[in-house]
Each structure stands twice: as C-alpha cells, then as structure tokens.
Design a protein around this ligand. Structure first.
Ligand code: DOR
Ligand code: ZN
Length: 346
C-alpha cells in the first residue's frame, strides 16, 4: 500500500488566472484541487474598482467546469488613486483584500503604487475594515541588486507601513528569503506570509546552472540554497501557523518565456499540492502540510474552514511536456518530469 495522506481541501491564497482563453485553459487545474483561491488583479488593464472585480468574478465563474463549487475570492489592485471610499465600497461588495504592486516591480505592475506612504488614509480605512494588504515585497530601486530587493523592502517599506498602521493585516506574498521568514516570525499575528512551491523546491542554481531555464524565472527571483532551507524551516517550524499556501501560479505562453526578455512566472497549478507534498516530505514534516495548505490561510482571512477532503498518495506521476493555452502552449513546472506524489480524489 503506498503512503496516503488525507487533508482538508486546500485553498490557494495567491493565484493568477488571467482572462479569456488563458483563463479557460488554467482554471480547471485549480478548481480540481482547491476549494477557494485568492485571485490576483494584475490583468491588463488592472482590476482597480469593485465593478471590475465583480465582472471578472463572473467571467471566472462562467469558465468553471460543470458542477464545480470552486470559489474565487477577489482582490483589487491598489493604485495611487485608491481612496478610503473605494475601500468601504470594496468591503461592502465582499472583496477580500487589496494587492500592492510597487510600480514596475513585476508583470503588469505599471499602474502600481509609487509611494505607499502617501496612501495612509487608504491603509487606515483597510485596517478599520479588516481588509488585508497583500504585498509584492520587492523594492524597485535600480540601485538595489535584484537578490536584495526583498530584504530592502522590509526595511524601506514594510516596517514604515506597520509603524504607521500597526493593526493592518498584511500578507507578505511569495517570500523568498531568510530575512522575510524571520521578519514574519517575529511580527505580530496580523502579519503572515505565503510561500510558493518553486521557492520551497528550487534555488537559483536551478535557474542558472548549465544554461538559463526560463521556466524557473519568476519574481521575486529564486534565491540561494540557504534561503530555501530557511523557508522550509519557516513553514514547518515553531511559527508555522503564520505561513500558508499561495502558489503564485502565473501562466505565460511558451514563446513569451523562451525569448530574449522572458516573462516572470512559474505555472504550478496543475500539481500544486503534489509539489508542496514533496517539499514538506523533504523537510520531514508531512504532518505539517494540512495546516499550511488548508487551515492557516482560512484562519488568517477569517474564512470558514473547508469541510471537504483531498487525498494524496505517494505514487509517481509524469507531468506532460506542455498544456494548451488558448492558441498557444504553456510549459508547466516539472514539464516532462516526475513528481513523487499524486492527488487521487478531491
Ligand atoms: O513571477 C511572477 N509572475 N511574479 C509576479 O509577481 C507576477 C506574476 C505574473 O503575474 O506573471
Ligand atoms: Zn503573484
């Protein structure tokens, strides 16, 4: 009998679904494993107002496979123009959070915030409404080395925000460094973090040794092995309740990644839970996977715990070399390779 793990159904607390044909191509993967997902608003144009988010939610619901009860949880894209009134409107409409993209930090972040400390009234309104701020935690200063941008963000942006708005719930998204893990561990309970499968399983050698691997390029960029080890310790350690599943699965067509200036993003939704299972097994902590994947995020967001279950078995699966992506193709994480775990029923 292969080893079997039965977990409460997980949630993906950080997901890119895109729109149109791309949305139709990727949504079934997430809907098959996850009960809910927090949907990132970095479309072109970005999802800035409540009406944009509600229309986007309808397009997601229309693209769901027949009979699916997957629930998309909608976010708004914070801009320099977001007012406290827009926050109240968001709260009434059931929007779950606001996403901070520092302008220029990553894919479709041109409309992002130029100086978050000019938005204090808006942040206070979010704090009072209990709406979390989700941060892409990298500074964009061209003088700061790309490998140091997350650590610099803590000092230059995160600490000043927390000083000014101490009760604001903040999710430090897709953390990649020992500094970020330590910061979250030592912060108060209104500060939490998501961690992706690629940052738990890969380091920067997997990006650069033996040739550039564009399908391992994402932002924040993969870091050195000691940081990967720090993340594994964080998600399984004494303060593990502050960390939860957020894949940052971010599909881009093959040709926009395999080119002279390739897009950032790793697609992992096809095998999200299996990839996390490999990481937790590596850390000798499969018993901590359920809290990370299915419980800590819901608790942080004040959502009900999921009642369904999902079953993983220690059975090797081979990932297809590519998937259809509208009229293009999509190269998934582990394309053409094996993963040690499989989901057998959800
Ligand atoms: O690698 C990334 N891809 N990081 C992000 O922050 C955005 C995402 C995307 O939307 O492609
Ligand atoms: Zn993201």
């Amino acid at each position: 009998m292969p080893q079997t793990l039965v977990l409460p159904q997980p949630d993906d607390m950080h997901l890119h679904l895109r729109d149109g044909d791309a949305l139709k191509a990727v949504l079934p993967f997430t809907a098959k494993q996850m009960a809910r997902a927090i949907i990132m608003p970095n479309l072109k144009p970005p999802v800035v107002r409540v009406a944009d988010a509600l229309a986007y939610r309808q397009r997601i619901q229309a693209a769901l496979p027949e009979g699916s009860d997957f629930q998309p949880l909608m976010t708004l894209y914070l801009t320099d123009r977001t007012t406290p009134d827009w926050v109240h409107e968001a709260k009434s409409a059931g929007i779950i959070a606001f996403k901070l993209y520092p302008a220029g930090a990553t894919t479709n972040s041109d409309a992002g915030v130029t100086n978050i400390l000019l938005l204090l009234p808006t942040l206070h309104a979010m704090s009072e409404a209990g709406l979390p701020l989700l941060v892409h935690g990298e500074v964009t200063d061209s003088n700061i080395d790309i490998f140091d941008r997350e650590a610099a963000f803590i000092e230059r942006v995160l600490k000043p925000i927390i000083k000014q708005v101490p009760q604001l719930k903040i999710v430090f998204e897709h953390i990649t460094t020992a500094e970020a893990a330590k910061f979250v561990e030592n912060a108060s309970d209104n500060i939490a973090a998501t961690v992706t499968p690629q940052h738990l399983l890969l380091n920067r050698n997997d990006l650069l040794v033996g040739g550039i691997r564009p399908h391992h390029y994402c932002l924040p960029v993969l870091k050195r092995e000691s940081h990967r080890q720090a993340l594994l310790t964080a998600v399984t350690g004494k303060f593990a309740h502050k960390f939860f599943l957020g894949t940052d699965s971010a599909p881009h067509s093959q040709h926009t990644k395999e080119c002279a200036c390739g897009c950032a993003g790793v697609f992992s939704a096809h095998a999200a839970l299996e990839l996390y299972a490999e990481a937790f097994e590596q850390a000798g902590a499969l018993d901590k996977l359920a809290a990370f994947a299915s419980q800590n995020g819901a608790r942080f967001y004040g959502l009900p715990q999921n009642s369904g279950t999902i079953t993983l078995v220690k059975q090797t699966q081979t990932i297809p070399p590519c998937f259809n992506f509208g009229t293009e193709s999509l190269i998934p994480m582990r394309a053409g390779e094996e993963i040690a775990w499989s989901v057998v029923s959800a």
